[in-house]
Design a protein around this ligand. Structure first.
Ligand SMILES: Cc1cc2nc3c(=O)[nH]c(=O)nc-3n(C[C@H](O)[C@H](O)[C@H](O)COP(=O)(O)OP(=O)(O)OC[C@H]3O[C@@H](n4cnc5c(N)ncnc54)[C@H](O)[C@@H]3O)c2cc1C
Length: 373
């Protein structure tokens, strides 16, 4: 039995329901609400708070390391690679402008790619380094990557011979970003309904019906699915597969010299300083099949590889304690381009952010919100 107040305030048919309160879902709801201030906008989230990759990631504000960009160039050609870099870079600038650097804990401490001793990857990158810089110049207005091998000793790294640096990247505080974004979205009039696990989406002519895990059902004029790595649970035909990423964090380390964000082994590993310790993730390549899952969890195989890297490369001969381990689910597919599309009159999707959602999330959301009329 609803009161008239509940019916009018909370239970009227939403003009837009967004499923998923990650960075994409929250920004989509925010931009749609700004475009349509009188509309009723509700975000449904399965967890008690945002629970997907947006609150599990490593917090790299990055647009691609030299080896990643060269691999993209080989696979997709120059135009696609450059368009993606531009999208990521503009996304980071928009994110920082919208939220403010302090509110997201962004530090301009630089991004790095490090190459192991005798690494053939280094030769491949070195041969094309200047050409890559030249092709990126129109986006950044300067040579964005420089060699800075002298910094290897300063950062205390071992077994590393070469280091490429860009001053335009850096770490941010993922928790601060998502907390601030959630508060902003609520303050601008969007409703969040947590613990609302959507089981089924039934697309009808006049509205979309949503069936929730708890048995409740609701109708919406329009629905935007922003569930990224979980997208196939609602739309099995979408070309998005889950990709788990594992992470660990150490306690503060006395005399820690690592500063900024680091990519290693073609981006299969990534590490940064955080809270006086090291935050380190990666190793999916060791068990791609096992890590193609929506199940959260860590495995000894990958966690041991991460710790080996810690001991042998990042903080050699330094005692450390791992204080936390976790995983997050990304959405990947045959292409690195996100899916932002209208599926029917009233049903829309914005998914498949790969490992780039921090950077591109805000732009994906702007485009997604504009699709809904
Ligand atoms: C370990 C790791 C490290 C990463 N590092 C970086 C990085 O450094 N830089 C970067 O740019 N990107 C990084 N990424 C990728 C980035 O985090 C993601 O691309 C981005 O967060 C995706 O945002 P999203 O909103 O699309 O999805 P998500 O944040 O996953 O949000 C989806 C939401 O939908 C909810 N949901 C799912 N199904 C349902 C349902 N049926 N009903 C209701 N709710 C549902 C989930 O609970 C979740 O809250 C990393 C990811 C991981 C896992």
């Amino acid at each position: 039995m609803q009161s008239i107040w509940e019916t009018r305030q909370f239970h009227r048919t939403p003009d837009l329901v967004v499923i998923g309160s990650g960075i994409v879902g929250l920004f989509t709801a925010l931009f749609y609400k700004r475009n349509n201030p009188k509309h009723h906008v509700v975000v449904l989230e399965r967890g008690p708070f945002p629970s997907g990759a947006s609150v599990k990631n490593a917090g790299f504000a990055c647009f691609g390391s030299p080896s990643e960009l060269l691999a993209d160039l080989e696979k997709e050609g120059a135009d696609a690679m450059l368009a993606r870099v531009e999208n990521r870079w503009k996304g980071l600038l928009e994110l920082r402008a919208e939220m403010g650097d302090t509110a997201i804990g962004f530090e301009a401490s630089g991004g790095h790619e490090v190459y192991a001793a005798h690494d053939p990857l280094y030769t491949r990158v070195a041969e094309r380094f200047d050409v890559l810089n030249a092709s990126l110049r129109p986006i950044f207005g300067k040579s964005v990557f420089t060699w800075d091998d002298g910094a290897i000793a300063r950062y205390g790294l071992s077994g590393v011979d070469h280091l490429a640096h860009t001053e335009l990247e850096g770490p941010l505080d993922t928790g601060l970003l998502m907390g601030t974004l959630l508060r902003k979205v609520l303050a601008e009039g969007v409703f969040l309904r947590p613990k609302a696990d959507v089981l089924r989406v039934e697309d009808g002519p006049g509205h979309v019906r949503l069936v929730l895990q708890d048995g409740d059902e609701l109708e919406a004029a329009n629905v935007m699915i922003c569930t990224n790595g979980y997208a196939q649970q609602l739309l099995p035909e979408l070309a998005v597969v889950p990709a788990r990423g594992q992470v660990l964090q150490t306690a503060p380390i006395q005399g820690l010299r690592v500063k900024g964000t680091f990519h290693y082994q073609e981006g299969f590993y990534y590490f940064r300083d955080h809270a006086g310790g090291i935050l380190l993730g990666g190793g999916r390549n060791l068990d791609l099949t096992g890590e193609t899952t929506t199940q959260e969890g860590t495995t000894p195989l990958i966690q041991e590889a991460l710790e080996r890297l810690l001991r042998e490369v990042i903080i050699p001969d330094t005692p450390y304690t791992v204080t936390q381990r976790w995983s997050g689910i990304m959405g990947m597919g045959p292409s690195k381009t996100p899916i932002i599309e209208q599926r029917s009159d009233r049903l829309f999707v914005a998914v498949r952010m790969g490992g780039m959602g921090v950077a591109i999330g805000i732009r994906v959301a702007r485009e997604a919100a504009a699709l809904v009329r």
